[in-house]
Design a protein around this ligand. Structure first.
Ligand SMILES: *Cc1c(COP(=O)(O)O)cnc(C)c1O
Length: 433
């Protein structure tokens, strides 16, 4: 399969090139040249397949030409060593719990898949160290760091905004050691993302070391996120609830929802999507006005969605050939303030006993407000509420039990390197590595 750049100025790339480069040389994002529809027979029996079996079929459509079947199967099965249950919260609203992986957030799926695929390519080539640069607003760093931990031939640099991620998030990527280095940047997530993007464009740096990205722009992280949309459908179909399915995705950089849109293009019977934003409502405004106006992000309690210029918007545009009309026909938007998010976490907990995290709360509320008669909604519960412990405990006025996996991280010692947001010092640091 060939991958083209959304900016159409860079040459087409093979899967391996796209995965190793991350971003195309014209700063565009890679897109698969074809999105293969899956056969009707697959959907007819999907409710009888396991998560891993479903995911392998989806993976095969994208990666089957480039990765031997047994290797791909192993990568998929290893990646999905945990479940993603669709849990009923109340009548016609389901939570797709994507927090059963090692770092309790959906990014585990893409992070683990990418680490294994990149590891395969490096082994095939016979080793030269590859350096993964990843900017994180919270959960990407932990998912990528844990996905790559101990993978030979790969070093990971996690850039995160100082003071803007929760203590638990921070512990998940600053306590690992081995091939993982955490860089604490005196700036915002957008500053971290800019440092990473500039590093990829810097000729001197690229001559010095082999760099790749593991942000949601990387096709190896981005595409596997389609897996669980199919599995959500399978579960709801089994429950007899899949006829008019609305999927709601709490969105920041828009990688997650875009993978769902790819799923729909492959034939997944989703009626429509809702993109739920926090106060960083750039996409919501785009839907209303047809104008895309990126602006600096503002900090919210759903901090993994604090994105002022969502990278994957370029992929959404590419998928719909730039048509605002086509985009609005399949995706609607919602935006919630911190006060509304708090209100939603509290009300849902009181009414249903289900504890939402601040990101999932945006998704849940958008379904509560936006479902039409006859529709069934599933929102992606993108992280475990205990990852946002203080926030969630303050809202509900009760203590929240911390899962054992998280407690283990809390016991580690933070190790990070302070970094300014100016590119020259970041570059000097990397040149010394
Ligand atoms: C990353 C993240 C999001 C946003 O996902 P995008 O793919 O960037 O849109 C939402 N919720 C949580 C918990 C996340 O970590």
């Amino acid at each position: 399969m060939k991958y083209y750049s959304t900016n159409h100025q860079a040459p087409e790339a093979s899967l391996q090139e796209a995965v190793v480069k991350g971003l195309a040389s014209d700063k565009g994002l890679y897109m698969p040249e074809v999105i293969k529809p899956l056969p009707q027979s697959f959907f007819d029996h999907i409710e009888n397949l396991s998560f891993q079996e479903i995911a392998y079929q989806v993976a095969d459509a994208f990666f089957g030409e480039d990765v031997p079947a047994d290797t791909l199967k192993q990568i998929v099965y290893d990646t999905l060593s945990f479940d993603a249950p669709a849990v009923k919260v109340k009548e016609n609203i389901y939570s797709l719990e994507l927090f059963h992986g090692p770092t309790l957030a959906f990014k585990d799926v893409g992070g683990r898949f990418m680490a294994r695929l990149l590891g395969y390519f490096i082994r095939k080539e016979g080793q030269k160290q590859v350096n993964v640069l990843v900017a994180t607003s919270g959960d990407t760093g932990s998912a990528v760091a844990n996905g790559f931990l101990g993978v030979e031939g790969i070093h990971v640099y996690v850039l995160y905004p100082k003071g803007k991620v929760s203590e638990i998030q921070e512990k998940q990527f600053t306590t690992l050691g081995q091939n993982i280095t955490a860089l604490e940047v005196d700036g915002t997530f957008d500053d971290c993302q800019a440092l990473v993007k500039n590093a990829f464009m810097d000729a001197e740096l690229n001559a010095h070391m082999k760099l790749t990205s593991a942000n949601s722009i990387n096709v190896a992280r981005f595409l596997p996120q389609a897996f669980y949309y199919f599995y959500a459908y399978a579960q709801l179909k089994k429950a007899g609830k899949a006829d008019h399915l609305v999927v709601c995705v709490p969105s920041g950089n828009f990688g997650n929802i875009t993978a769902g849109l790819f799923g729909k293009r492959m034939g997944l019977p989703v009626k429509r999507f809702i993109a739920a934003n926090n106060s960083n409502d750039i996409f919501y405004q785009y839907l209303q006005t047809a104008k895309y106006n990126p602006r600096p992000s503002v900090a919210t309690i759903a901090n993994a969605m604090d994105v002022g210029d969502p990278s994957n918007f370029a992929r959404v545009l590419a998928l719909y050939e730039g048509s605002h009309e086509a985009i609005s026909a399949e995706i609607s938007g919602a935006t919630y303030t911190d006060a509304q998010i708090r209100e939603t976490v509290k009300a849902a907990y009181q009414e249903t006993g289900y504890l939402l995290d601040p990101h999932g709360a945006c998704g849940y509320r958008a379904l509560e407000e936006g479902l039409q008669d006859g529709e069934v909604g599933v929102f992606l519960e993108t992280a475990h509420p205990a990852k946002f412990l203080e926030t969630v405990e303050n809202i509900i006025g009760e203590s929240v039990e911390i899962p054992a996996k998280l407690q283990a991280f809390m016991k580690g010692t933070k190790q990070s390197i302070p970094m300014s947001k100016d590119f020259a010092s970041f570059k000097a640091y990397l040149l010394n590595e």
